[in-house]
Design a protein around this ligand. Structure first.
Ligand SMILES: *Cc1c(COP(=O)(O)O)cnc(C)c1O
Length: 393
């Protein structure tokens, strides 16, 4: 089917929940994808930061295929090797002496973290200490609870009543966090680079101050690494560049290299809080999915691979800045999580124009064209993208 045919069937059969770009994608290789009409695009979005190993990655596909053949799924009432291995890798690579719970998405990972924080506090202090402080402009997911955890008013609509117990502090303002931290508070949850909010890295001094406040008041420090994790910012997890020890790290997007998976990593401080009967999910830790996670962690967890991510991030950023376009007011972010800052409200028009010309990019906040390319993107693909950007900007 061509795009027009697909679109008309989509409108007939698929719920209208997304404003989609006007192309239908068909296949990919590396960081390049082709649409159903055969037009080529350099992908600077990876889904939304999902396809960290790009498209048609041989080991990833091999591992999924082999595991599908062997044992695709069993319930969590049984032990499987891929799941145990994936958890071990996450624990060993994060040095938090933690334990892992596998979920299926970012929102679900955050739900798990929220439950964990509330139970940690309940076990220790009893009822009433349930409040979680998040940051203004954050994004934590689309469930009724994680929408409320998201510090943006526009998400707090229609679906009343939302889950109670969230309060929003200003990013990079420790006094604002301190004012919100009362005797009902059990945790602080934040992204280190606000993704959906506009690719806004938090100030390292602020993050250290939040960590200190959490220690002072026995609040769990939950870092939402759903977008920043899995090599995206140039370290396996972004917290490793902020020199902090979170209590809980949530992840999803890049974790499976394209298959749906999320995870909650709880550090030693709270690794034993969730117990049989308190949390579960049917698909969590499915062997076929964990086979993919293992390849992703082996590949992205390698220090040379991460060094390349940092180099490519600089290369792409410098290439964009060197365009000298009057429409580009800066490039912010870390590693291969970048936001090109344009005039407020113009980001969507630029993203559309880029797609028209053969570069997939998305938007964030009010003024950022967001780039989350596959971490395996080649210099040649980046050069091609920059040539197209020159034309567009
Ligand atoms: C995407 C995202 C989520 C939600 O993940 P889903 O898999 O869509 O549920 C949560 N937090 C952050 C920081 C994200 O970027």
């Amino acid at each position: 089917m061509n795009y027009q045919e697909l679109k008309s069937e989509e409108q007939k059969y698929v719920m209208n929940t997304y404003g989609r770009f006007p192309i239908a994608l068909d296949h990919g290789a590396g960081a390049t994808v082709w649409d159903v009409e055969g037009k080529k695009y350099i992908d600077l979005a990876s889904g939304i930061g999902v396809n960290c190993l790009g498209y048609d990655h041989p080991q990833l596909i091999e591992a999924i295929g082999q595991q599908a053949h062997k044992l695709m799924h069993v319930s969590n009432l049984f032990t499987t090797e891929p799941m145990v291995q994936a958890a071990k890798k996450l624990v060993e690579k994060t040095h938090l002496n933690g334990k892992v719970f596998f979920a299926n998405s970012g929102a679900e990972a955050n739900e798990g973290a929220i439950k964990l924080a509330r139970k940690y506090s309940f076990d220790k202090y009893g009822e009433g200490r349930y409040k979680i402080i998040t940051l203004v402009n954050s994004f934590h997911g689309r469930t009724v609870t994680t929408l409320k955890a998201t510090g943006q008013d526009r998400f707090h609509n229609y679906f009343f009543p939302f889950t109670e117990g969230f309060d929003y502090a200003q990013a990079n303002d420790i006094e604002s966090v301190r004012r919100k931290a009362d005797d009902m508070t059990c945790a602080v949850m934040m992204e280190l680079v606000q993704g959906e909010g506009g690719v806004l890295p938090l100030d390292p001094a602020f993050v250290k101050q939040v960590e200190a406040l959490c220690r002072e008041k026995d609040l769990l420090l939950i870092i939402d690494e759903v977008q920043t994790g899995i090599g995206r910012t140039g370290s396996l997890f972004c917290f490793q560049q902020y020199d902090i020890r979170p209590d809980v790290v949530t992840m999803a997007k890049g974790l499976g290299g394209g298959v749906p998976v999320g995870a909650v990593l709880a550090a030693e401080s709270c690794a034993k809080v969730l117990t049989p009967g308190t949390h579960a999910t049917t698909f969590g830790g499915t062997p076929m999915i964990c086979a993919a996670v293992n390849v992703v962690l082996d590949t992205v967890g390698d220090s040379r691979f991460l060094q390349e991510v940092r180099r490519k991030g600089e290369y792409l950023k410098n290439g964009i800045l060197a365009l000298g376009s009057p429409h580009i007011h800066g490039v912010r972010g870390m590693g291969l999580m970048l936001g090109i800052i344009v005039d407020e409200g113009k980001h969507t028009a630029f993203a559309n124009r880029l797609i028209e010309k053969g570069v997939l990019a998305i938007t964030a906040g009010k003024n950022a064209v967001r780039l989350l390319p596959p971490l395996v993107i080649s210099d040649q693909e980046m050069d091609e993208a920059i040539t197209i950007m020159k034309e567009v900007f």
